[in-house]
Write a protein that binds this ligand. Structure first.
Ligand code: GLU
Length: 447
């Protein structure tokens, strides 16, 4: 049996780190097993689904490198859902209900006040043909509930282990709305069955849905997949990450925070697992290390600071070819491997390379506050061509001539050459600055 998984976001908002972690775990499982990854848009909520969110989902997954083998959109499949619903109605598993939302709220409140669980009382099952005709004559339209079997529902969850629900402890779920539109609880099962999904990996907020959906799989004659429910990410204080938390959207991490795709993937593949979080430069490494059995039941905390630290560690390892496009997009078209290797140890984000580009390629007003010493140093600048040994040769000569050493020797040179007290190694920067600029800066000129 070949493994088939799906990532099934609703295009009703931006993907945030919690959603994309589920996409990644599904993708890793598929790639590890040589299986198939389906991207399915759960877009039957037509009021809230938006094409720009669907495009955003595809953009975010593509940016992370999570390519999909198959694509489906639930709004293309209404005919199929109608067909399944008709069969369930014919077999008596879907039954019409006429309660208004207000009536249902009253029923729930009354059960809760008696200390009983708010389970639907199946009053609609006791209606006769005449009752239904009367209600419909009043203008009421039915919504349709799935009649659960009052038997135990059990599965072995790949993360939670054995899970047990009593059918009698669950409310018969509404599968078809009053306007005839099918709801997620049904559409998801029909798709998973039709598209031969073998593993459903999703958030633990769906555990109770799974109990219900297993019965629906059985009722529609679909093979019940294996389930894994991952604990949802929380922030540092243990609060859930809401989809509306714009700052944790994948789009803002990419466009505003300057996060590299492999930084996000390296963190999300390991968060909440028994593996240490380490920078990885390719998804292939994460595939090799992936095992769903490493996912723990404990609630993982997502810390944006940890992501930024990992981003820095990734940048310190990334070769020039991997960032050339990003550097060009920053306007640094002439940046080359020498520049990248000089500055990357000082970066947390690629965009910070602009500051160092300005130091090596644009006029700098130097802090030339030791002019006599700097003039002596300038006189000792070697002739070009310069390379990575030039700094050592030159400062050796300056040290011999002036008797200075350590900070007294290096800090005035750094401040004159870069206008700053800190930065990348001057051994690497000096050849990029070049002799003409260096000489002027040592003379206190803006150059
Ligand atoms: N559209 C559902 C969600 O975003 C999918 C859940 C599932 O994976 O079945 O929660």
């Amino acid at each position: 049996m070949s493994v088939a998984v799906r990532f099934a976001p609703s295009p009703t908002g931006l993907l945030h780190v919690g959603n994309v972690r589920l996409a990644l775990v599904n993708w890793l499982l598929a790639r590890k097993a040589g299986g198939n990854f389906l991207l399915r848009l759960d877009d039957t909520d037509e009021e809230r689904s938006k094409p720009e969110y669907a495009e955003g989902i595809e953009r975010d997954l593509t940016w992370l490198g999570l390519t999909w083998d198959r694509f489906a959109r639930e709004s293309d499949r209404y005919g199929r859902y109608d067909e399944v619903a008709a069969a369930l109605k014919a077999s008596g598993r879907l039954y019409p209900c006429y309660e208004t939302p207000e009536e249902l709220n009253l029923k729930r409140a009354s059960l809760v006040s008696q200390g009983r669980p708010p389970i639907y009382d199946r009053a609609a099952l006791r209606l006769g043909d005449a009752d239904r005709a009367r209600l419909e004559a009043e203008g009421r339209k039915p919504h349709w509930r799935f009649k659960l079997e009052h038997t135990p529902v059990e599965w072995t969850d790949l993360v939670r282990g054995p899970v047990h629900f009593e059918g009698s402890a669950l409310s018969d779920p509404v599968l078809i709305r009053e306007d005839g539109r099918p709801l997620y609880t049904l559409t998801s099962v029909v798709d998973d069955a039709d598209l031969a999904i073998t593993h459903v990996i999703r958030g633990e907020d769906h555990v109770a849905n799974t109990a219900v959906q297993i019965q629906i799989f059985e009722a529609v004659g679909g093979a019940v997949p294996v389930f894994a429910h991952l604990p949802l990410l929380t922030d540092a204080t243990g609060q859930g990450l809401s989809k509306r938390l714009g700052s944790l959207s994948v789009a803002s991490l990419r466009e505003e925070e300057g996060i590299e795709p492999m930084a996000l993937a390296s963190l999300l593949a390991k968060l909440g697992t028994s593996d240490a979080i380490e920078p990885r430069l390719t998804l292939d490494e994460l595939v090799a290390e992936f095992d769903i059995a490493k996912v723990s039941r404990a609630t993982p905390k997502f810390d944006p600071e940890e992501l930024l630290r990992l981003n820095a560690r990734i940048l310190h390892l990334l070769p020039f070819e991997r960032v050339a496009g990003e550097l060009a997009a920053l306007g640094l078209d002439d940046a080359d491997a020498a520049f990248w290797e000089a500055v990357r140890p000082n970066l947390s984000r690629v965009a910070e390379a602009r500051d160092w580009w300005a130091v090596t390629h644009a006029p700098v007003a130097p802090a030339a506050d030791d002019p006599a010493f700097l003039a002596e140093a300038a006189a000792l600048l070697p002739e070009e061509p310069w390379d990575l040994s030039t700094w050592g040769t030159w400062t050796g000569a300056v040290k011999a001539k002036t008797g200075r050493k350590g900070k007294d020797l290096f800090l005035p040179l750094r401040r004159a050459l870069t206008g700053r007290d800190h930065g990348p190694e001057l051994k690497n920067l000096l050849p990029l600055i070049g002799r003409t600029r260096a000489q002027k800066r040592l003379a206190g000129e803006t150059a």
